[in-house]
Design a protein around this ligand. Structure first.
Ligand SMILES: NC(=O)c1ccc[n+]([C@@H]2O[C@H](COP(=O)([O-])OP(=O)(O)OC[C@H]3O[C@@H](n4cnc5c(N)ncnc54)[C@H](O)[C@@H]3O)[C@@H](O)[C@H]2O)c1
Length: 458
């Protein structure tokens, strides 16, 4: 890459600062952030300091940043779901190529408008569908393209959201209310709609869907559980969602369910709850030092005192059964028929013991079975003619969306430089298609109907 690109960052939160900001720090020869817009003082100051941004280019909102003249080549937009469309539109109108977090927008009209502005201004608009950039899904895509399993007939995809992740993001966190953020099928599963669209390689024809938020709510609040976990909960030892267990005691990766994980989990919980000094002699050194997601989200002060304060004051310490405005589904199924007559089913739920996606793809000559899990991924290929099974891929834990975050950023930067769509796998128009699938699934579920995709498109 000969020329270094310059960038502005809108939203220095978890994704903005820790994913894209971190990429720039690790690849200073590729990209440099020259300006930042972020209303939260701590986040803004930290980002400006780490990236050595001049004071005059540090802004408290995207509105004020985009009022100034064009400052850089690209705009990275990582604000919350409801604040995607407007800054992205204004940034493209100003002449920036844009990397925009998913979902591209929260209404059909805004999604269409984004595509219109990108095509009219000739500015790149890449939506962060990171799964396309993972080795796991790239490999599955190339096996399908190679014709090894014949013509694809059916795909069954599951998104098994782990219970701690569902509680963190979709009950206590930013995406717990569909009106404030976006429906679960859009917020979390637009990635999956995109994956089905990409693997099947055809627009969809009709969609039906069922699902609800059935488990969480006061009816299931255990007896003796106060509205906040830190107020002396009598079921703390047995509750999956006891907040100090998630944010203070354990490293979330330990929840992957390995034997060792379960053992440490229990032991460390007791040790830390009963005698915090024990952590000093405990052999598992990352305990309480773990400061990554999801712990990083609850507070900037990640000392034990800081974490306890956050649990006493924010939603992250509330009982999951006592959050009144939580209204996103905790399980949903979607049935899709595509224009090329391939069918697909998608299942999402928030109760998994381990985070991950599983996929089965049946073609006229063979089957692909894949597990894309927190603990690693595996792809198996079954040949229907020979009956042979081949393990195509097997890995351990890989962070950063299994390498997808880095590859996506790299592809975007290459594309901006080359001014071609060759590297970009998810341009605005294809992202629109998968977002429309998510809107259709939401409508089908709410109205108990089968949605004709042609009507949604028009
Ligand atoms: N691609 C993926 O796989 C993936 C994964 C996680 C999250 N996301 C998406 O990334 C986006 C950001 O998520 P996050 O977890 O980083 O959220 P976050 O809340 O940590 O970050 C958003 C930031 O935007 C800031 N902000 C608010 N108003 C602003 C304004 N007027 N101007 C500038 N900044 C403003 C907030 O203060 C916050 O720091 C969300 O839309 C989310 O859905 C994508």
């Amino acid at each position: 890459m000969p020329k270094k690109l310059t960038a502005i960052l809108i939203g220095a939160g978890d994704r903005g600062a820790n994913t894209y900001g971190d990429y720039a720090l690790r690849h200073p020869e590729e990209i440099k952030f020259l300006a930042v817009a972020e209303p939260l003082d701590l986040r803004r100051e930290l980002f400006a300091e780490k990236h050595r941004i001049q004071k005059k280019y540090v802004f408290t909102s995207w509105e004020s940043l985009l009022k100034s003249d064009k400052l850089a080549d690209i705009a990275v937009i990582a604000t919350q779901d409801q604040m995607h469309a407007e800054p992205a539109i204004q940034a493209m109108e100003k002449g920036y190529d844009v990397l925009l977090e998913k979902p591209m927008a929260t209404t059909i009209e805004e999604c269409k408008k984004l595509v219109e502005v990108s095509e009219r201004t000739g500015k790149l608009l890449q939506i962060c569908h990171v799964l396309r950039y993972t080795e796991f899904f790239s490999l599955i895509h190339s096996i399908i393209q190679s014709g090894k399993i014949g013509d694809v007939v059916n795909i069954s995809l599951r998104e098994n959201v782990s219970s701690f992740h569902y509680a963190h993001s979709y009950i206590r966190g930013n995406w717990h209310n569909r009106e404030e953020a976006s429906p679960m099928i859009l917020a979390k599963s637009c990635h999956d709609m995109d994956m089905l669209f990409w693997l099947i390689g055809s627009p969809s024809k009709s969609i039906s869907s069922f699902g609800s938020q059935s488990h969480f709510g006061s009816l299931n609040q255990p007896e003796g559980a106060p509205d906040r976990c830190t107020d002396g909960c009598s079921v703390s030892e047995s509750c999956l969602y006891f907040a100090p267990r998630i944010y203070i005691d354990i490293e979330p990766l330990l929840q992957v369910g390995s034997k060792g994980g379960k053992f440490f989990d229990k032991l460390i919980s007791k040790a830390v709850l009963n005698n915090p000094k024990l952590k000093k002699i405990y052999p598992f050194s990352s305990i309480n030092k773990f400061k990554e997601w999801p712990v990083s989200v609850i507070s900037k002060d990640l000392s034990i005192e800081g974490r306890i304060k956050a649990l006493k004051e924010t939603n992250y310490g509330k009982c999951v059964y006592a959050i009144d405005d939580h209204n996103v589904v905790d399980h949903q199924v979607v049935n899709i028929e595509f224009d090329n007559e391939v069918t697909a089913t998608f299942t999402m739920h928030g109760f998994s013991y381990e985070e991950g996606r599983t996929i089965r793809i049946d073609g006229t000559r063979g089957t692909i079975i894949g597990d894309f899990l927190f603990s690693g991924d595996t792809i198996r290929l079954m040949d229907a003619y020979t009956g042979k099974e081949e393990i195509i891929r097997k890995t351990g834990i890989i962070s950063g969306h299994s390498g997808g975050d880095d590859r996506l950023m790299n592809a975007f930067l290459q594309t901006v430089k080359m001014r071609s769509q060759q590297e970009i796998l998810t341009d605005a128009r294809s992202a629109l298609e998968s977002h429309l699938m998510a809107f259709a699934a939401d409508k089908a579920r709410l109205e108990n109907t089968v949605v004709d995709m042609e009507k949604i498109r028009n």
